[in-house]
Design a protein around this ligand. Structure first.
Ligand code: IFM
Length: 457
């Protein structure tokens, strides 16, 4: 039996835009994801989060689902536009009431609420003023954090300021595959800084309004590995891990922005005034103020091979393709590599000396739906969860301060640019009828939660 600590959090995670629907209900304003998904060609099949899992109306059922599973924690995000429809200004009480009812419902069910304040759905009104590239947006975030934590601060256990700022930065402002769909390296760099700055500014407010809670941030940290020990391949690894991981981790842990990546970016020619021209005195200390925990979203490994034929070449590294069978890769095309979770947790604990860690997301996309018996036999997801939880358990054995695990996701949901084509849930959702069916993986995970561990498979 792999037994976890008694107070370990066994949870599931979701995000507002991916499950709530009700995109215009009760005074909610428009977000950048509303605008983006309503723009033709931006998401697969033109899918939107307009209805999604209709969680806005079905949340009592979804709490019952978690109770049936035996979970003791739930991580969800708040839609900024329900609270401040235009980003700042008067509070929309109906929006706050919705989350207040949800939190009360969770507590009544014995489930600890963990709130993410920003899971990518910026108010469109703030985007119209420059979005995260504009420093004022960080100040608006503080107003929003204050309004939410004044209301929920007496009941929330975990506050996560941001979810995966790297994705909001690079996918939203460099590749443009996510909202707001911008492709501008200089803007992206400023966005990353303002996201981190807003975290640093909001953390003390959250602490003040919610003294009994823990405050942190969630980063997506996957495992990057060089295809060989050659200098060129090691450099390819550095060039991926740098912007995706160290660019965010290093400032948060007092190391400043990594000098090698600053140099790479400067070499790009996109920064006439230098890469860090948007950094003001005091910012780095604000960003590095200690937090209670770091949230880690881990999914896969990427193996990198250099394409540089000569030192002067500036070709981006290439990803080494794998066999792509579904026993080794999920339907997202992500390699299954549980050891990467173990190594990531060890890296964070031993290199960055993080005080406490939560795995705030981990899971797999497989399309399995109900079989003739009405059940969803998603055995590959069970294997994925078992292997990753075993890696987490091993990390605890070597001294990593891991305090909880939230699987992604409680429900199948809107997977951003992939629309509804990718299903990550431990609960299957029929998007026509909104019926929910707990998958076999959900049953397995629930049993592990209730027993505080599981037999190694
Ligand atoms: O669905 C996303 C989530 O919103 C953020 N982390 C990764 C998940 C799967 O892609």
């Amino acid at each position: 039996m792999l037994t976890f600590p008694d107070d370990f959090l066994w949870g599931a995670a979701t995000a507002a835009y991916q499950i709530e629907g009700a995109w215009q209900a009760d005074g909610k304003g428009e977000s950048i994801w509303d605008r983006f998904s309503h723009t033709p060609g931006k998401t697969r099949n033109g899918d939107t989060g307009d209805v999604a899992c209709d969680h806005y109306h079905r949340w009592p059922d979804d709490i019952r689902l978690m109770q049936t599973l035996g979970l003791n924690a739930y991580r969800f995000s708040i839609a900024w536009t329900r609270i401040l429809p235009h980003g700042r200004g008067p509070v929309n009480q109906a929006g706050l009431d919705f989350y207040s009812r949800l939190v009360d419902g969770l507590l009544a069910a014995g489930i600890a609420p963990g709130v993410t304040l920003y899971h990518w759905d910026l108010p469109q009104a703030l985007q119209d003023d420059g979005g995260w590239a504009n420093r004022d947006t960080a100040a608006a975030f503080v107003e929003y954090a204050d309004a939410v934590s004044r209301c929920l601060g007496d009941r929330v256990k975990l506050w996560i300021t941001h979810n995966e700022p790297a994705v909001a930065t690079w996918n939203g402002h460099l590749s443009g595959e996510h909202a707001p769909g911008i492709q501008d390296l200089a803007a992206a760099a400023a966005v990353s800084h303002h996201l981190l700055l807003s975290h640093g500014w909001a953390a003390p407010i959250l602490r003040q309004n919610s003294p009994a809670s823990e405050v942190g941030i969630t980063l997506n940290i996957n495992w990057f590995a060089a295809a060989s020990r050659s200098a060129a391949d090691l450099d390819a690894e550095r060039r991926e891990d740098g912007p995706w991981t160290r660019w965010f981790l290093d400032p948060l842990y007092g190391r400043g922005y990594p000098a090698d990546i600053v140099a790479d970016l400067n070499a790009d020619g996109a920064f006439p005034h230098g890469v860090l021209s948007y950094v003001q005195p005091g910012d780095m200390a604000t960003i590095a103020a200690p937090t209670d925990f770091l949230g880690v979203n881990y999914y896969y490994r990427t193996i990198l091979r250099s394409r540089r034929m000569a030192e002067a070449d500036n070709l981006p590294p290439t990803v080494v393709p794998g066999p792509r069978d579904l026993d080794h890769w999920t339907e997202m095309g992500w390699e299954i590599y549980p050891d990467g979770l173990f190594k990531t947790l060890a890296r964070l604990a031993f290199d960055y000396q993080t005080p406490k860690l939560y795995i705030t997301e981990n899971g797999a996309s497989y399309a399995d739906g109900p079989g003739p018996d009405g059940r969803v036999h998603d055995s590959r997801r069970i294997i994925y969860l078992r292997q990753h939880l075993a890696a987490a358990w091993r990390a605890i054995q070597i001294g990593v301060p891991l305090a909880g695990y939230f699987t992604w996701s409680l429900l199948d949901n809107f997977e951003w640019a992939h629309g509804y084509a990718q299903r990550f849930g431990i609960t299957w959702v029929n998007y026509e009828t909104q019926e929910r069916i707990i998958k076999q993986s959900g049953r397995w995970y629930g049993e592990a939660a209730v027993n505080g561990g599981f037999a190694p498979g």
